[in-house]
Ligand binder design. Structure first.
Ligand code: PFF
Length: 462
């Protein structure tokens, strides 16, 4: 059954949906996570596998997720339950919605802490704190910040409040207003790339990002690349699904998805092109870890003319990008609380923000008091591997590399194999048989088989 609208409201146009979905997709994942994970995993080969995952797995699953959301027009938990009932399927499919809500809480908990680092850097940049610092100086500044739990807590709290304030106001006057106002600002990121290109080490950066060294690739690298594809596109946890539930029935799901995916990929590659030339120019190592952009960029800003202004602007943009993403992390759980528990939106937003805020304490302490990894050693095929890490590392690994791809796999199976082709065609409304067939084939075979093979490869089963 086609539904015309959701009780939570609707985007006022297709363009607003594109802004909102791009706002969700473009965030810390592109500017903070992509460069540091690519840096830790040897660059080129990782990037090419990531791009392949975006195209073959990400794009078709994004279309499937929007299709589900628009057909169900409720929170992902209720959308999955309603559509299963309508299609005569087992209630257990509601699990996909619950898995997503759980992933949303875990991601938001650490996402807000990292956004807090960025907030703190806005003020450092504006106060001229980077001036005259060398590599050791900026690293020292970063280490001093992350090892100070009280300061991290304050920034984390502030960022979470910013999110609650937007989500509490609802779809039209909260989410829509925020993305309309904030998204145009993101184009400012281009400025930094321009500067980076003039730095001389640009070609070294390009070759690091695009020249593959296949000998470096292991099962885990492939899993990380797929996890990054899911994370960066906000897929597999219902964020894009719920944004789709506020989309008009007339909008083209193919065109909007293609636009969001292209914009997101462009921003990630631009961020890489901006950061690696600076890494090589300053003799830093690409495998610096989660602090990569917080260590490389201040050095560039310290030296460049107008660095004070550009530095402040850059970290402001980073906070902006993080903000339009984290509101989408909250929305599935908030909508569910409103639908099923009778809370009004502001209360629901406070509850979701509060839980994620509390979970975030685990990430804050992962850089100081709880920085010793926890876990166990497992011997597979005579080779001992340590499984575990800090709470932050575990939260990140579990969500990006396991929960989101698993959610995506289940979505592909549900739309590709369990819903009737008629319902899917009716909602997706592609106007082209050939395109529908191609998409349906990729969703039924290529994407699920790809995800499964990558899972099996990562645990050394193939
Ligand atoms: N896509 C966001 C980023 O790249 O920063 C992170 C994210 C948002 C992941 C929403 C998942 C999600 F549902």
């Amino acid at each position: 059954m086609r539904r015309e609208s959701s009780i939570h409201g609707q985007w006022s146009s297709k363009l607003v949906f594109i802004l909102a979905a791009t706002g969700s997709a473009v965030g810390l994942g592109n500017i903070w996570r992509f460069p540091y994970i690519a840096g830790e995993n040897g660059g080129g080969a990782f990037v090419l596998i990531y791009l392949a995952c975006i195209l073959l797995i990400g794009l078709p699953i994004m279309m499937a997720e929007i299709t589900l959301g628009r057909r169900g027009r409720q929170s992902p938990i209720n959308t999955m339950a309603t559509l299963s009932r309508e299609e005569g399927l087992h209630r257990a499919w509601g699990f996909v919605g619950w898995l997503g809500v759980a992933a949303g809480f875990i991601i938001l908990s650490y996402y807000s802490v990292i956004a807090g680092w960025s907030l703190s850097y806005v003020f450092r940049a504006a106060g001229g704190a980077f001036a005259g610092l060398d590599a050791d100086g900026v690293r020292g500044m970063f280490n001093a910040l992350v090892s100070d739990p009280e300061r991290l807590l304050a920034w984390h709290t502030l960022f979470m409040i910013m999110n609650v304030l937007v989500v509490a106001r609802g779809v039209r006057s909260g989410l829509e207003k925020a993305v309309k106002f904030l998204m145009p600002a993101l184009f400012g990121l281009l400025l930094l790339v321009g500067y980076s290109m003039s730095q001389g080490h640009f070609m070294e950066g390009v070759s690091f990002l695009f020249k593959p060294d296949w000998s470096e690739v292991s099962g885990d690298t492939i899993l990380l690349a797929m996890g990054q594809a899911f994370f960066t596109l906000s897929l597999g946890m219902g964020a894009i699904m719920i944004y789709g539930s506020y989309l008009s029935s007339r909008a083209s799901i193919l065109k909007t998805s293609a636009t969001v995916v292209s914009a997101d990929t462009a921003v990630a590659l631009l961020a890489g092109l901006a950061i690696f030339p600076i890494v090589f120019a300053s003799g830093l190592a690409p495998g610096e870890g989660p602090g990569l952009i917080f260590i490389t960029l201040p050095m560039a800003f310290a030296e460049m003319p107008g660095g004070l202004l550009f530095g402040t602007l850059f970290f402001l943009l980073l906070v902006t990008a993080a903000w339009t993403s984290s509101i989408s992390l909250m929305e599935p759980a908030v909508a569910w609380l409103v639908e099923n528990r009778g809370f009004d939106r502001p209360m629901a937003a406070v509850i979701v923000g509060g839980i994620a805020w509390f979970l975030g304490l685990g990430t804050i302490l992962s850089f100081s008091l709880w920085s010793n990894p926890i876990g166990f050693s497992l011997t597979i095929g005579g080779e001992a591997t340590f499984i575990g890490g800090t709470l932050f590392e575990m939260a990140d690994y579990l969500t990006s590399n396991i929960m989101l791809p698993l959610g995506g796999l289940l979505i592909a199976l549900f739309v590709g194999w369990r819903m009737t082709q008629r319902s899917v065609e009716d909602e997706l409304d592609l106007h082209s048989r050939v395109l529908f067939k191609a998409w349906y084939y990729v969703l039924r075979f290529a994407a699920p088989v790809g995800i499964l093979l990558i899972f099996l490869k990562a645990v050394n089963l193939i």
